[in-house]
Design a protein around this ligand. Structure first.
Ligand SMILES: [Zn+2]
Length: 312
């Protein structure tokens, strides 16, 4: 299928030679008009325009600034919201960018709020509008929940831009087709999802792989689940695929961390998920990547992830 912009380009490419033919037919000349040659010229104009368009698209996509296909997939699958909400998010991000000391890295840290204590590693634990931040990072795990009505509406714009960049790099480096299958999830969406799993597998099992409503990192708009073409999606079958391995080795370059690390279920509170990534900025992501031996966010910050756990 063609994108809207591509379709407009094709139509314009067709209109230009048609206009040329009309001009040719109506042009007054004493010479005998050579319609055959005019048609060939018109066709060549159309062909050249389409060729240039295709070449431009190819170069543009490979540059990696904006993978049109990936972006569309993301927009389609991730629960998006009305443009008004998106505008608000953009504005908030811009303000935060100015306020933070090292812009892009700590774009998510708010100013103000109350410090309620320190983590076991000595980081400030702060509450702003019912949201918990440890060392300026918004935390959603089994200890730290989010207000029911906290609803950014979609993936954070910075996170989405970084994800698009990462997926474009995976495409150009390895030819992988990956996208954020599940990004932002509202409290109610998570409630339905968790209850479905609870009814199917029981609470103890469901708690291993699904967050209770209000405890999901997906509700922050900073995390997403990745899927790849022709690979098992959001299941253990994705583990150790070339795509999963690439993500584990490269996501940190784009500011993402493998959130639920294998063998560290007691730290994160969740089973290993090779597809779930969370944005923390490139500086912290590189530290947690730890040359391939991922450190969990909980261990790094010195916080727990258990229902009813001590928040400060
Ligand atoms: Zn997830």
């Amino acid at each position: 299928m063609f994108e809207k912009v591509e379709l407009i380009y094709i139509i314009v490419s067709a209109i230009i030679p048609i206009l040329y033919l009309i001009r040719f037919a109506t042009y007054k000349t004493k010479k005998k008009k050579q319609y055959g040659r005019a048609f060939i010229i018109a066709f060549l104009i159309f062909f050249i325009l389409i060729f240039l368009g295709a070449a431009f698209k190819l170069v543009y996509e490979n540059v990696g600034n904006k993978n049109v296909k990936d972006e569309t997939t993301t927009t389609k699958t991730v629960e998006t919201t009305e443009s008004t909400t998106t505008t608000t998010v953009t504005k908030t991000t811009k303000v935060t960018t100015k306020a933070s000391s090292y812009n892009y890295e700590k774009i998510l840290a708010p100013t103000g709020g109350d410090i309620i204590g320190k983590s076991s590693k000595g980081y400030d634990i702060k509450v702003v509008d019912g949201l918990y931040y440890v060392d300026g990072l918004l935390i959603a795990n089994k200890t730290y929940d989010l207000p029911d009505n906290y609803n950014p509406g979609s993936l954070n714009v910075t996170v989405k831009a970084a994800a698009d960049k990462m997926f474009a790099a995976a495409k150009s480096e390895k030819g992988f087709n990956m996208w954020a299958q599940s990004g932002f999830r509202s409290y109610d969406t998570q409630k339905n999802l968790y209850n479905k799993y609870k009814n199917r597998d029981g609470q103890a099992e469901a708690d291993k792989y699904s967050a209770r409503p209000g405890y999901s990192e997906h509700q922050t708009g900073l995390a997403f689940d990745v899927c790849a073409t022709n690979k098992p999606c959001i299941t253990n079958g994705f583990d150790n695929t070339p795509e999963a391995n690439w993500l584990s080795e490269n996501a940190y370059k784009y500011g993402f961390i493998l959130r639920y690390v294998k063998g560290k279920e007691n730290e994160t509170g969740y089973m290993h998920e090779s597809w779930h990534f969370r944005y923390v900025g490139t500086e912290l992501a590189e530290k947690l990547y730890n040359n391939g031996n991922w450190i969990t966010l909980e261990s790094y910050l010195g916080i727990t992830s258990e229902y009813g756990g001590n928040k400060a």
